[in-house]
Write a protein that binds this ligand. Structure first.
Ligand code: FAD
Length: 286
């Protein structure tokens, strides 16, 4: 491998929450062939396989994860083909937006400020009130657990709120986005506004993983959490943000156990007050 392979690597170094115990092995492939190699290696050795994008939606337990973590971030080529953008799975949204903006291709501005890889964002169907990845996906290249590679057209993928059927398909290696011709200045202005809005609403000065809970149908999780008085609650070095109640921030040395304790307290309080079960948006590993 040209890319790195790290042994017993603390995942706290690779998640936006800066929390998480070690992975037995962490590989950072740089090309499609290297991804194939890593997946084949895990298969041959019977190792549990975990695909990580930018680690912006992950709570890794303090004991870490066994097996091989493949981090896609070093595999980040972005190509413009007419009105289609083809991005390798590890390209960050910010980079795809940058390429799109310079090429005068609009449609992804809603995602400005989501600190995700395009692969992670498509698999989670990341989005905002303004749109979600599923709206602009044209097709996706995947590698199945048994190692075959194929192309899925948009019509063969189901997208719904923070969900896509891609989860069951395997590893996303590249994504084609159907963009629309647009004035680069208009794109830039939309991106700027969205970033500004996020800075005003979200506690971005602290390590976090975005919204911790999904919005239950008809409600905002943040509002329910605020109404039970949970803003500012602390467990160890984890705190419910006073700026945005659906964010839990890491004040420095928070552990996964601290965050899980806050999660449990919030779920209990919201269930007691409103009879609503808050579901996790973040994914727990280990
Ligand atoms: P990871 O967190 O690394 O992985 C998430 C899941 O995707 C895991 O199950 C992983 O196995 C899987 N995965 C990743 N890459 C691949 C791949 N190539 N193939 C197969 N599976 C893969 N989310 C929103 O939807 N909207 C927002 O507005 C938003 N705002 C955020 C703001 C902040 C400050 C932060 C920290 C997070 C925010 N998020 C938001 C959450 C997060 O960015 C998204 O869920 C994003 O889709 C995660 O992408 P990732 O690359 O970091 O994936």
């Amino acid at each position: 491998l040209q890319g790195e392979v790290l042994i017993n690597e603390p995942l706290a170094r690779h998640t936006t929450w800066r929390i998480g115990g070690p992975a037995d092995l962490l590989a950072r492939p740089e090309t499609g062939e290297e991804i194939d190699f890593c997946l084949g290696f895990a298969r041959q050795k019977g190792l549990p396989l975990h695909i990580m994008g930018n680690g912006s939606n992950l709570l890794v337990r303090d004991g870490g994860v066994r097996g091989l973590v493949v981090q896609t971030r070093a595999w980040r080529r972005v190509l413009v083909q007419g009105r289609v953008i083809r991005a390798c799975a590890g390209a960050l949204i910010a980079r795809v937006l940058d390429v799109a903006g310079r090429a005068g291709l609009g449609g992804l501005e809603f995602a400005a400020g989501i600190p995700a890889t395009i692969g992670g964002a498509v698999v989670m169907n990341a989005g905002t009130q303004e749109g979600c990845l599923g709206d602009i996906v044209r097709g996706v290249e995947v590698i199945t657990p048994d190692g075959s590679r194929y192309y899925l057209e948009r019509r063969d993928i189901t997208f719904s709120y923070r969900f896509s059927s891609l989860r069951q398909e395997g590893t996303v290696v590249a994504v084609d986005l159907a963009m629309t011709a647009s004035d680069p200045r208009v794109i830039q202005e939309r991106v700027r506004k969205n970033l500004e809005g996020r800075r005003a609403r979200q506690p971005l000065e602290w390590p976090n993983a975005g919204s911790v809970f999904k919005n239950p149908a008809g409600y905002y999780a943040g509002q329910l959490i605020e109404e039970v008085g949970a803003k500012g609650w602390r467990a160890g070095q984890a705190q419910v943000s006073t700026k945005h109640a659906n964010f839990i921030i890491n004040l420095g040395r928070a552990t996964a156990a601290d965050v899980l304790e806050l999660i449990a307290r919030i779920q209990e309080a919201v269930a007691r007050a409103f009879g609503i079960n808050l579901e996790l948006e973040v994914e727990v590993w280990g």
